[in-house]
Design a binder for this molecule. Sequence first.
Ligand code: ZN
Length: 455
Amino acid sequence: MQITFLGGAGTVTGSKTLIEVGKEKILLDCGLFQGLKELRLKNWDKLPVKASEISYIILTHAHLDHCGYIPLFVKQGFQGKIICTPPTRDLAEIILKDSGKIQEEDAERANKYGYTKHHPAKPLYTVEDAIFAMNFFETIELHEWVELFPDIKFQFKNAGHILGSAFVELHIQDKTFIFSGDIGRKKPLLLHPKEKIGHADYIVCESTYGDRLHDKTPAIITLWEAINYTILDKGGTLLIPTFAVERAQELIYLLSILKKEKKIPHDLPIYLDSPMGVDATEVFANYPNYHTLSKSEIREMHNTVKLIKDFQTSVDIVNDNRQKIVLAGSGMSTGGRILYYYNKYLGDDKNTILLVGYQAEGTRGRSLKEGDNEIKFFGTYHEVRAEIMEISSLSAHADQHEILDWLKTADKPPKTLFLNHGEPHQSNALRAKIQDALKWEKVIVAKMNEPFYID
Ligand SMILES: [Zn+2]
């Protein structure tokens, strides 16, 4: 058999791991490359395997860098089954439709302004393609074994990364393979902590934060400080560009605690102005077994935040001059409703922008984080006078120590540990650390499109 990393190797996006056993082919995750243009262009490259030859996609979770290629893969002729947990299916539907919409809008813009080599510019896939791809999904619960082929079966175990996320225990004949997907923190805010590895002959582990440790300051403290400073001291408005899935719900949960403890003025309006965020919040409420929130906590969350989907209501809130807290997408300010708020509030130092997640290179969020004094959107440059603050402890990924602790839950050193889903410096730093701390001998940093043979 062989394992080939078709993405998520040497980079943190585009996760696709091909597993071949004789003629049988399985794809683990089917993600989109994101971020810098050079990476995004890879989404147009031909894959070294035919979509029609793959029987199954095992999907670990609904982040776009793990599921975002699926509609395109279906367009290319995939006719097999996509297997994931029920919350992953629901979140993937929200995320893939949104991705289709963004692809369509990007192509439209490229045609309008003529910045394309292809005439006319085409989207990778459309909303309709995304909806069609949902027909191939089948869901199973955690710990439910699925026989894919004779002598090849797998189960999902909780990864504690985002709602519905799982790592994969795959049995091929007498060998056990563990694929981490993305693995979560030691104590996730809203999820059950990840499960142990147990027995494994081979492990594939992500290394996004392989070279780093997360900030230990509790997020609620920084959030409270940002609210106090902006709302009470400066008399301004607090804008939080946020990811719709997980991060938005985490923030609403933290805000609901602050409100309950009377640490936020009771009449201060708080909005989640994000159709996707509102939908994702509903998915949370629908799967009580997949998170740790109680019914009353969910009720408190609903009472804390006004959920906004309708565009006209959003425009009214933007234009309302009263103080408020607004959570809106997108998380890296690459698009979405947050830009309408920037248009009105970015130029005044009374206001604060609170960054709450990873800001990739080349995004407006990164420019804000780095203190640029202007950013471009809606076709012109806008001066940044609002203050920029950051919560850096809210990450959904395990950091270096947390990854090591998770690897220690393996019964014994695996024959080989592959590190994927990391920039080379991240994966290499983790490899050195594992060899030093765990004395595991065979640790390989995955390279794109390079097959590994296992006998
Ligand atoms: Zn993820």
